[in-house]
Design a protein around this ligand. Structure first.
Ligand code: GUN
Length: 298
């Protein structure tokens, strides 16, 4: 029986934070530019507030200029668009992120598409999606979660995935689709699966690389996984957990971690896997945008 290597996203993110902080400091000293990140939150969704606070704290710890703009949950579409227009025109801001989900009455697509593509550090603008889909990542912003997953995969097996089968579970615009584009660019043979996929366990069983991004706690079982596969768990599900007879709320992924550990070659834990790496990718994208603004390469 194998025991999967635990891919430590928290440790890797801490390492990357050191180099991002150092590069940001160099950019400031040599070009007088401090990377600036603006995070927009509409309403008071508690989970979104936690995410936004983490992003702000991480940006500050990397030495970035960091602003948070909070709008009331009854803010109008015009209010949000006006704020984005202001941030698009603000030379101190290199990255703009509107935290999703937005309240129901707002048009999410119109809002994400209003962000200037060169400041779209979430990689949600059609210009950035188009570049990624065309395989041109040299000047595109890649969405943070799939970028984080890709770095962890590369760390495990290198950047050329020729001959590898990758199965992505979930077809969202934020994770599943851009993940597939990155895997294709790295020469993997990619299958995207979703809720309408037939015989999902059998499809997953053919995968050397599995990326689970569905939002269903512990859905991916050990008998779905090929011996030695790399398993990346994007799920962050709030569930009741019993530890030492005490029941508390805790986080769990989309993968049945303990059981899959006995089969997989490497696996990301939840928490401490993809999550911390995603925030660092946001910082990497913001730094990249600031460097582009100075005429430098990313
Ligand atoms: N909500 C959940 N994930 C994300 C993300 O990657 N970006 C934004 N803007 N909102 C999110």
């Amino acid at each position: 029986m194998t025991v999967a290597r635990r891919i430590d996203g928290k440790a890797k993110a801490a390492e990357l934070a050191v180099s991002i902080t150092s590069d940001a400091s160099t950019l400031l000293v040599e070009h007088g530019i401090r990377p600036g990140l603006a995070v927009v939150i509409v309403g008071e969704d508690p989970a979104s507030q936690v995410y936004v606070r983490n992003k702000k704290r991480t940006a500050e710890s990397c030495g970035f200029h960091s602003v948070q703009r909070t709008l009331a949950d009854d803010a109008s579409q015009t209010d949000v668009l006006q704020l984005i227009e202001d941030l698009n025109g603000d030379a101190a801001i290199h990255g703009i992120l509107v935290q999703l989900p937005l309240p129901e009455h707002l048009d999410e697509q119109a809002i994400t598409q209003a962000i200037e593509p060169s400041k779209d550090v979430d990689g949600f603008h059609f210009v950035n999606i188009g570049k990624l889909t065309a395989g041109r990542t040299s000047d595109a912003f890649v969405p943070c979660t799939p970028a984080a997953c890709m770095l962890m995969i590369e760390d495990e097996i290198g950047s050329d995935l020729s001959g590898k089968n990758a199965v992505v579970i979930g077809r969202s615009n934020i994770v599943g689709k851009p993940m597939a584009s990155l895997l294709i660019k790295a020469n993997a043979t990619v299958t995207i699966t979703h809720s309408r996929t037939k015989d999902l366990p059998q499809v997953v069983a053919g995968a050397d690389i599995v990326v689970a991004a569905v939002g269903r706690p512990n859905m991916v079982k050990a008998d779905w996984i090929k011996e030695g596969a790399i398993v990346i768990d994007v799920g962050i599900n709030r569930v009741e957990k019993t530890v030492d007879g005490e029941t508390k709320m805790g986080l769990t992924g989309d993968v049945d971690y303990d059981a899959v550990c006995a089969v997989a070659g490497a696996i990301t834990p939840v928490p401490g896997g993809v999550g911390p790496m995603t925030i660092i990718m946001l910082m990497a994208n913001t730094l990249r945008s600031a460097r582009f603004s100075a005429g430098l390469e990313g």
